[in-house]
Design a protein around this ligand. Sequence first.
Ligand SMILES: *[C@@H]1O[C@H](CO)[C@@H](O)[C@H](O)[C@H]1NC(C)=O
Ligand SMILES: *[C@@H]1O[C@H](CO)[C@@H](O)[C@H](O)[C@H]1NC(C)=O
Ligand SMILES: *[C@@H]1O[C@H](CO)[C@@H](O)[C@H](O)[C@H]1NC(C)=O
Ligand SMILES: *[C@@H]1O[C@H](CO)[C@@H](O)[C@H](O)[C@H]1NC(C)=O
Length: 226
Amino acid sequence: MRGFLFLCILGTAVAKYLNYTWDGPGLENPEESTADEMCLMDRGSCGCCAMKRQMKLLEQYFNHTVIELSRRLEEAEETVSNILVSRSAFSVALTDSWWCFGPFQKEIVVKYQVIFINLSNDYNKSTGVFTVPRSGVYVFAVTVFSDSGSPSTPLAACISFRVNNQEVASLSEKNDQDQEDSSSLVLTFALKTGDHVTIYLPPGCFLCDNKNHYNTFTGFLLYSTD
Ligand SMILES: *[C@@H]1O[C@H](CO)[C@@H](O)[C@H](O)[C@H]1NC(C)=O
Ligand SMILES: *[C@@H]1O[C@H](CO)[C@@H](O)[C@H](O)[C@H]1NC(C)=O
Ligand SMILES: *[C@@H]1O[C@H](CO)[C@@H](O)[C@H](O)[C@H]1NC(C)=O
Ligand SMILES: *[C@@H]1O[C@H](CO)[C@@H](O)[C@H](O)[C@H]1NC(C)=O
């Protein structure tokens, strides 16, 4: 009888310590205190059956916890895999050796030829177009530089930043006092899968570059929204 009493008290003590219930962690189980009281008042009922019931409760609690943890692990793995497949980043520069692009009479797409990074080939070097791989919020940065060759010669470092051929921002540094000038922009934009982002050189503008990479175009996905 003493042994049974000990087992019974041990069972309810473990149950109390672990706070397990029929409904899983965090909820009070009314049956627990009844079993406890029965155990102390009526020693006859405190035997194998009561102990087995406690052990079953404990097993259910563990089963519930394992299922819940597996579900959360699956969710976390899916989130990580979504982040990995949606990575998108490119960073390009105009050229590697001394070269001036423009001026032209008509506007023309600027095709950056030096690729620093081009994750999943979303920037197409032969068209100069960045195609948005999936809807999300993107960050872009553009830096332009030009050199007129000598002071008092007209300088025109300018570009048009376009999304689906609509201008959303531009850079314009035109004067005839400086020999060199540069200008830059950074913007954050919500875009949809398949949108096109392109840098245009407006008529009369020209960009000059060399291996120092004064003209760069960068974009990356901040977070996806689909
Ligand atoms: C059990 O629950 C009580 C009250 O809800 C709490 O104070 C205690 O920390 C819990 N014990 C464990 C091991 O979670
Ligand atoms: C706990 O899970 C095991 C394995 O899935 C199962 O055999 C057992 O019956 C479950 N126990 C309870 C009390 O649900
Ligand atoms: C880049 O554009 C060219 C010309 O439109 C096309 O032939 C080529 O398939 C494109 N490359 C990629 C990776 O989409
Ligand atoms: C993307 O960049 C890589 C170099 O990192 C280059 O080999 C590839 O041709 C580029 N893709 C396109 C479509 O231009």
